[in-house]
Design a protein around this ligand. Structure first.
Ligand SMILES: *Cc1c(COP(=O)(O)O)cnc(C)c1O
Length: 429
């Protein structure tokens, strides 16, 4: 057993923080307190992003409009509620790499996935299979499976679960493309995450999309762990559809409204069958209250209900900060350095204690590293508690995986250094 001298690590962190052009954005967020009263080292922005300081006043403005103008606030004032969601389309589209009319802020992630599958999964006797990962997030698995059974299909026949190659734990693009090409003309749809929630792996959206299209299948991506984390280019990569939530890297509050992207070649097709609601109806005639559904010829035509404005206000507050930071390019640049710093020091100091599951190559990951804590022997809860008692907040997944996500908008190199120091102390006991 060796005791770690934390000085070189802390010195390096301090230098990097001093040179960080985005360091000022940390002051835009409320940082939870650690046990000693100072700000915690919050490394779980992949689970619930922190609250921007301006969020309360943005929500407050809408509460005040409700107080003073009530129903008139739908149409009056500088930001009327009726088109409120439209003011988010440009900034959301920038993060998704899409055109503004291909993106809408609505519902939750799983609801949006259902809406997209209802329209885009059109199984035939020959082409009825949906490919997902064997280790998909449960909600994604349930949603996809339920579309197979709702159309009278059988998951045993129509659900293709892609697993990593024998002896590997991460999926390779070659493996996914190989299964896609072998499923060939039985493949209706591919549904994968752009960044995997458990392993932190980033998939090659463009290559996978091209291979699925070559086989005549449609492709959708779950962006829960990708949007606001890695640069995306959905339109350019020719992705058919995508859905996401806004409470992880988009810092918009627990259960806040999600997002949906639909490529314009589908979105403008008003003849596509869908689960419809009045908010998807042509805006000019919506309030005539007739019963001939005329969908808006953009992804907005998939809206169901009038949206929760208080939640949209929180999203507006958060997306403004992304824009002020210069968008994903500078954020990603810092993110690569921040996670690279974590990777380098963990590998140097704790090679026998911690195994990094996530790829080392920056292009194959976002900000998150998933760490297998070796010989943790069901000690997960204790490790988490010991980290918390040192002011370090992380996320544990059974049986032995610690997920840490240094977020470039509000995390510092010091946060990362303190995680490494704390882990070394705890695991060297
Ligand atoms: C967080 C997450 C969800 C959450 O779905 P909700 O509908 O927002 O509750 C779904 N899928 C993945 C992959 C996630 O990471």
């Amino acid at each position: 057993m060796t005791t770690l001298d934390p000085s070189p690590l802390r010195d390096e962190a301090r230098q990097f923080d001093q040179a960080d052009p985005l360091a000022c954005f940390r002051t835009q967020f409320h940082l939870p307190r650690g046990p000693k009263g100072g700000p915690a080292h919050y490394l779980v922005g992949n689970s619930l992003g922190l609250q921007p300081k301006r969020t309360a006043s943005y929500i407050g403005e809408e509460l005040s409009k409700w107080q003073h103008d009530a129903v008139h606030a739908h149409f009056s004032g500088p930001l009327p509620w009726m088109p409120y969601h439209e003011c988010l389309a440009g900034s959301m589209a920038a993060l998704a790499g899409a055109r503004p009319h291909e993106v809408v802020t609505m519902n939750s992630l799983t609801v949006n996935l259902h809406l997209m599958l209802a329209s885009l999964y059109r199984p035939t006797l020959r082409r009825h299979k949906i490919l997902i990962e064997a280790g998909a997030f449960p909600s994604d698995h349930y949603a996809v499976e339920s579309h197979i059974t709702c159309r009278g299909g059988l998951p045993e026949q129509s659900l293709v679960l892609v697993t990593p190659q024998a002896g590997q734990e991460l999926l390779s693009t070659e493996r996914i493309c190989d299964v896609i090409s072998k499923t060939a003309d039985a493949l209706a749809l591919v549904w994968l995450p752009a960044v995997q929630y458990y392993t932190g792996q980033r998939l090659d959206v463009r290559t996978i999309t091209a291979e699925a299209h070559r086989q005549g299948a449609l492709v959708g991506f779950d962006l829960a762990h990708a949007i606001g984390n890695v640069p995306l280019n959905l339109h350019g990569d020719d992705v058919d559809f995508a859905v996401w939530c806004s409470y992880k890297y988009l810092n918009s509050g627990p259960g806040s409204v999600g997002g949906c992207y639909l490529h314009e070649r589908h979105a403008r097709r008003t003849d596509l069958p869908r689960l419809a609601g009045w908010w998807g109806h042509d805006k000019a005639t919506r309030f005539r209250m007739e019963n001939q559904f005329q969908p808006i010829p953009t992804v907005e035509g998939w809206q169901l209900s009038n949206p929760p404005i208080l939640s949209l206000a929180a999203i507006r507050a958060s997306l403004e900060i992304f824009a002020e930071a210069g968008g994903m390019e500078p954020l990603r640049e810092k993110s690569v350095r921040l996670t690279g710093f974590l990777d380098r020091w963990l590998s140097a100091l704790l090679p026998e204690r911690v195994r990094i599951i996530t790829h080392h190559a920056p292009e194959e990951r976002g900000c998150q590293l998933s760490l297998e804590v070796l010989s943790s022997h069901g000690n997960g809860r204790r490790i988490i508690e010991q980290l918390e008692s040192r002011g370090v907040v992380t996320d544990w997944r059974e049986p032995n995986v610690l997920r840490v996500a240094p977020v470039p908008l509000y995390n510092t190199f010091e946060d990362v250094a303190e995680l490494v120091v704390a882990l070394a102390e705890i695991l060297d006991r």
